[in-house]
Design a protein around this ligand. Sequence first.
Ligand SMILES: *Cc1c(COP(=O)(O)O)cnc(C)c1O
Length: 430
Amino acid sequence: MKYYSTNNPNHKVDLKEAVIKGLAPDQGLYMPEKIPVLNSDFFSNIHKLSFKEIGYKVISALFSEDLSQDQIKALVDHTLDFDAPVVPVEQDVFTLELFHGPTLAFKDFGARFCSKLMSMLQDKGAIKVLVATSGDTGSAVANGFLGVEGVEVVILYPSGKVSELQEKQFTTLGENIHAIEIEGVFDDCQKMVKEAFLDPELNSKLLLTSANSINIARWIPQCLYYFYAYSRLPKENKKLAFSVPSGNFGNLAAGILAERMGLPIDMFIAATNVNKVVPDYLSGQAFAPKPSIQTISNSMDVGNPSNFYRLLALFGGDEEKLKEKVQGCFYTDESTKEAMVNVKAQTGYTMDPHGAVAYLGLKAFMDKYPDTYQGVFLETAHPGKFRSTVEDALGEALVLPERLAAFMEGEKKVTFMENDYEQFKKYLLG
Ligand SMILES: *Cc1c(COP(=O)(O)O)cnc(C)c1O
């Protein structure tokens, strides 16, 4: 399979180059040149398959030209090492819990697949993985790559803008994981990383790569849990909607990839906080990146979502088709907290702020079409990762899972840096 750049369909590379480069030289995102459609037998029998069996099938369809069956099996076994249960919350409303991995956020899926695939594709020689994070990417990538030989990970994050627990998860590990605290916002971090990839001097001296969702090795495996969720929903003669709490829009784009591969999803809800450039676009405005605004769903505080052009590419660039399949909506922190309180009171279910945004979007959509849809909202992180926000909203103490509590005991080690590319470059060369 070849991968093309969203900025130039004639620029095509093989899997290895797409994964090691991360971003195309023209700053486009790589996309698979063909999207395979799975046969109807697979979908009729999917409920009988395990998560891993579903994973083998889907990953084989995409990667079997480039990887052996053994490699595919190893990749899927490593990635799907934990469950993603579908939990009923209300009548016809389910949540897909994606936080049962090592760092308790959905990014564990992509990070585990990415580190495994990079170690398979890379020849010997040190590789530097650069990541900008608004919170959960850093922890997932750090934990996914910890101890992987020949790989150094450099994580940039905005000072004071990630939760304490998120910060602990990538600043305390040591070994091959290095954290840089930037005096700035997430978009500044993302900009510095992009600049490094395009810097000829750096690239002549270092082998740089990215593990952000711009990388197909992070992005593609996220389609797997949409197939799995579908397989575990009770069979009903209803349409199906998925609501995805979105920031960089990698997760939503992966859901659409699953749909393009034949998964019968009727509608996607692109739910954001007040960083709403994509909902604005979907409701008819021009796509206009803006500075990010800080919210309680901080992993979605993205003003210039890097996967936007993937959304379009998945529909062959047809804006109308995209808008038919994806509805946008956005919510303030106030409504998000209110939803967390109400759902807890009415159903006993504790949502995290990101999942709560998706819940709101799903409910607003389903209310317009009574009795028509089964709806799934993605719970992208464990509520304990946003402990103080959740405890403040609900007015009660949360019980932290043990592996989360363990991170709090580590000692933070970071390099502090101004929002200054030259300083970052010096650090990388040094
Ligand atoms: C990263 C993240 C998101 C946003 O996902 P995208 O793929 O960037 O849209 C949502 N929720 C949580 C908890 C996250 O960590």
